[in-house]
Design a binder for this molecule. Structure first.
Ligand code: AMP
Ligand code: MG
Length: 391
């Protein structure tokens, strides 16, 4: 049995990256950028009014101002501002030459036909100056960035409509178990629905991969061998759930070896997910994940996701928040690192979810994070800070 950190470093060593391709920026969400992107424009591209108001000279604010034109966003000013003059201007419109200030409409009163007066204390200039946010040629997104909704607007504004992206790993997913039926069926006696297949596919998709669900494999050595061989031949990464523990029908590790998989670890000091198997067939990584759905879910988050991102050139570090415990927590054994589903209560405190163990997917579905309890720690008192990874 090896420690979690050692297992993770094995998973993350000697990783083969997937290469890159150009794609439409509208399809870039949750994918990894493979080039530095530069802006082809200044942001803002011109001195721009930040308020609806009047563009004028700051020195003229004490006197009456003559309104010489009205500027909407998108207009080009036709007149420069001279002493005692102003142009009515809308937010986002180009500030006319000669003006150094935009006074807010709410702070002015009309004093006659086409005349206004500033009726407040002098404020800021209310002008966003050309290039103050981003200069033309500046890098706006680095290679390796995971593109989230908050990056998409930068791609759009900088004209990066065909970014170079890491190719998406194709993830082959197999579910082993004679007891499994597909979710659309009603399970007969002794059977359960295959929830891991769709779960691992969803996790793969959310991590920017192309999931390739390859079906249920019966607990039969020959069928398992065939399925693993096929999965290795047609995917960049393979995930098999079930069949990795000590039962009479847990063929997976043996069959992996038969398929020329070099097994790199087979047991990890982590809860849940002790019997996690990891190996490589050539450069193709393959995981044998425990069948219990919470185990396979958490193992994906802790082992598979960092690998997937590394294959795409993204240096992934899960966010870990320090959150005060809302209750005291105690466990019987401290021989393993443990990930426990938690909720966050209305006071913003971490509270372990009602959880019966690694088959209890309902607990995960109601949780918002995983609390990490280090090896050697038996108790965490109410009020102490717990390490929580948001899910
Ligand atoms: P195993 O790792 O094959 O020994 O399975 C451990 C437990 O997880 C057993 O209770 C299985 O019925 C259950 N299990 C295995 N595969 C799946 C799956 N694909 N979906 C839901 N539960 C599963
Ligand atoms: Mg099984």
């Amino acid at each position: 049995m090896i420690e979690f950190e050692e297992a993770l470093s094995i998973v993350l060593s000697g990783v083969t990256t997937t290469g890159s391709e150009r794609a439409d920026f509208a399809d870039a969400l949750n994918r990894v950028l493979a080039e530095d992107l530069c802006s082809d424009v200044d942001m803002p591209p011109f001195d721009k009014a930040a308020m609806d108001g009047y563009a004028c000279r700051r020195n003229d604010l004490d006197g009456e101002l003559e309104v010489i034109e009205v500027l909407a966003a998108g207009d080009i000013p036709s007149r420069d501002i001279a002493e005692g003059q102003c142009s009515k201007i809308m937010t986002g419109a180009m500030v006319p030459r000669g003006a150094d200030t935009v006074i807010m409409i709410e702070q002015c009163r009309e004093t006659g036909e086409g005349k206004i007066r500033f009726a407040a204390r002098k404020t800021m200039s209310n002008i966003a100056t050309k290039g103050e946010d981003v200069k033309k040629g500046d890098v706006i997104c680095r290679a390796g960035t995971l593109i989230l909704p908050r990056h998409i607007a930068m791609l759009a504004a900088s004209g990066s409509t065909r970014p170079l992206l890491a190719k998406q790993p194709r993830v082959g997913i197999l579910s082993t178990g004679d007891e499994l039926v597909e979710p659309g069926e009603v399970p007969g006696p002794g059977k359960i629905r295959n929830s891991n297949g769709i779960q691992l596919a969803a996790q793969s998709r959310a991590a920017g991969c192309i999931p390739n669900y390859m079906g249920i494999v019966p607990d039969d050595a020959k069928a398992t061998e065939l399925a693993i061989g096929q999965a290795l031949a047609t995917n960049d990464l393979v995930l098999i759930s079930g069949g990795v523990s000590m039962g009479d029908f847990d063929f997976v590790p043996g069959i992996m070896k038969k398929n020329n998989v070099d097994i790199l670890f087979q047991k990890v000091a982590v809860k849940p997910g002790r019997p996690t198997v990891f190996g490589k067939s050539g450069t193709t990584p393959i995981f044998g994940l425990p069948g219990n759905p919470v185990s396979s879910y958490i193992n994906f988050e802790t082992f598979v996701k960092p690998l997937i991102y590394k294959m795409m050139g993204h240096d992934y570090h899960p966010l870990e928040l320090k959150i005060p415990m809302g209750v005291s927590f105690k466990r019987k054994k401290a021989d393993r690192l443990e990930f426990l589903p938690v909720i966050v209560n209305s006071q913003g405190e971490a509270v372990p979810a009602r959880y019966h163990g690694s088959a209890h997917i309902h607990a995960i579905s109601l949780s918002v994070g995983l609390m990490c309890i280090p090896k050697g720690i038996l108790n965490i008192e109410k009020g102490e800070l717990a390490d929580v990874r948001p899910l």
